[in-house]
Design a protein around this ligand. Structure first.
Ligand code: HSM
Length: 329
């Protein structure tokens, strides 16, 4: 019976087990890494330059920061041009605030911070982390200890969900704003996508960017959840993000990142990895054992269809294409 199915998110350590296997079988982190290397510096830098009517001098400062001459000049980020409308609100030395929602163990967060710092060594960055799982926070803290040598980054951790963080900010009447907010593969787990985006958008510094990573409309995820989402446990899996953002009148750009997930093991009856991958795909714990037989059969058949996968060298490769949505302030 469908009612015996439990959401994957109800047991975090089990979720992590499926997620780790997903990362081993997919190119997700590799393609995010490539995006961070190739696109992120420009997104962050242009966020400042484009909208602040930046002077030629600041443009030159930026080029100098790019070649790493950190000591003899202010970085493009480190000072706002004199005519910048926020000149009086911001400190003379610009110290970017970065907020990560659902940061996990900080793997991708740290790649982002590293990248910004390596492009702009003179910046000191403040990193605020929101993550509900205490073990993940500990892993993030260990990572900071091990990997932050030579970096000028300070971190604050909030062990809570994004909704609790929103409540805290509102109760404390906090006015802190962020230059970059990222929410990577987290939208599936928030209570209201609309409210979360609205709240995070309200935390953006003028010219700041909200970066959301979500499965692409052209991915196998999108087709799978559109077809079966209402029969899995989490009815909010299927989401048309662009439509929502347009309704919210957000200004945004989308970068599509092509990515693969090898799901061959899902088709080997009783294969433990295959079952874990099915759990991750459906967001249902022990899907193979708890889903109605008919649903399981339909899902397995559908996963082989071109809307979801392609066959290559005897393997079934699921379309894991991602979208990085960059929302302007
Ligand atoms: N867990 C839902 C989809 C996904 N998450 C893909 C990470 N990558």
């Amino acid at each position: 019976m469908e009612s015996s199915m439990k959401p994957l998110s109800s047991d975090y350590s089990y979720y992590l087990k499926t997620f780790k296997l997903f990362l081993e079988r997919s190119t997700e982190h590799q393609c995010l890494q490539k995006f961070i290397d190739e696109n992120l510096p420009d997104i962050v830098t242009r966020a400042y330059l484009n909208s602040s009517k930046c002077s030629g001098a600041a443009e030159q400062q930026l080029s100098r920061d790019r070649v790493g001459d950190a000591h003899n000049y202010p970085s493009a980020f480190s000072m706002l041009p004199e005519d910048h409308p926020l000149g009086t609100r911001r400190p003379a030395k610009f110290e970017p605030n970065v907020l990560g929602i659902g940061s996990g163990s900080g793997k991708i967060d740290f790649e982002i911070l590293h990248k910004i710092q390596s492009k702009h060594p003179s910046l000191s960055i403040h990193d605020e982390v929101v993550e509900p799982n205490p073990e993940q926070i500990s892993s993030y803290q260990a990572r900071v200890k091990d990997e932050s040598q030579g970096l000028n980054i300070s971190s604050t951790w909030n062990q809570m969900s994004s909704e609790e963080y929103e409540k805290q900010v509102k109760e404390r009447n906090e006015s802190k704003k962020f230059d970059l907010i990222h929410m990577i593969q987290v939208l599936y787990y928030v209570q209201s996508v609309h409210d979360s985006i609205k709240f995070l958008h309200s935390l953006l510094e003028s010219n700041g960017k909200l970066l959301i990573v979500y499965v692409s409309d052209g991915s196998g995820w999108h087709s799978l959840w559109k077809t079966f989402g209402s029969r899995f446990t989490s009815s909010s899996l299927f989401l048309e993000v662009r439509k929502l953002l347009d309704e919210m009148r957000m200004k945004y750009q989308i970068h599509e990142l092509s990515s693969d997930l090898d799901i061959t093991e899902c088709f080997i009856e009783g294969n433990e990895n295959g079952e874990l991958l099915l759990d991750f795909l459906t967001e249902v714990m022990h899907f193979s054992k708890t889903a109605p037989a008919a649903l399981k059969t339909e899902v397995l058949q559908y996963l082989r269809q071109p809307q979801c996968s392609r066959e290559e060298d005897g393997k079934v490769i699921f379309n894991n294409t991602l979208q990085v949505i960059v929302i302007d302030c």
